[in-house]
Design a protein around this ligand. Structure first.
Ligand code: ADP
Ligand code: MG
Length: 141
């Protein structure tokens, strides 16, 4: 376990970038923390770290956004809007457990299926002002 203190959106982006550079095939990165905690900012950094230049936006209408063109493909899921256990399982996150790409999941706490075999958990806590604490599994940084 590690802890990173971010004092700006840019610092959160750079933390994500480091994670994206370290990411290996099959990694599932779960991001939890309140709305506005910086999860999507971090995902943008992860994409940049993977060398993805396409603009990353929240998967609000689509359940999953997929990005090619980087060192590894990236799938971005957000479980926030899913209400029932059936719809959450219907997101099919487990289909991503065995891919050669990297999967990032906002609101991973909502997932009711099994734990991914190569799982990195990030927990975002909002501190004063623009400060955030990110508690994270080790990822070889
Ligand atoms: N240290 C920080 N890290 C990330 N975002 C921050 C930080 N300080 C302020 N913010 C702001 O908080 C918001 C985070 O938004 P977002 O990344 O979409 O959060 P989430 O996906 O967790 O809801 C943005 O408006 C961003 O500018
Ligand atoms: Mg978000």
């Amino acid at each position: 376990m590690g802890t990173f203190i971010s004092n700006s959106p840019e610092a959160t982006f750079r933390f994500g970038e480091k994670l994206g550079k370290a990411a290996q095939p099959g990694w599932v990165i779960g991001l939890d923390g309140d709305l506005g905690a910086g999860k999507t900012h971090c995902v943008k950094g992860i994409a940049a770290g993977l060398g993805i230049t396409e603009r990353v936006t929240s998967p609000t209408f689509a359940l999953v956004n997929e990005y090619a063109g980087g060192r590894l493909p990236l799938a971005h899921l957000d479980l926030y809007r899913l209400e029932t256990m059936k719809s959450i399982l219907g997101a099919g996150l487990d289909d991503y457990f065995e891919t050669a790409g990297v999967t990032v999941v906002e609101w991973m706490d909502r997932w009711v299926g099994g734990i991914p075999p190569r799982f990195i958990r990030l927990r975002f806590v909002v501190l004063d002002g623009d400060s955030r604490r990110i508690d994270h599994d080790d990822f070889g940084d």
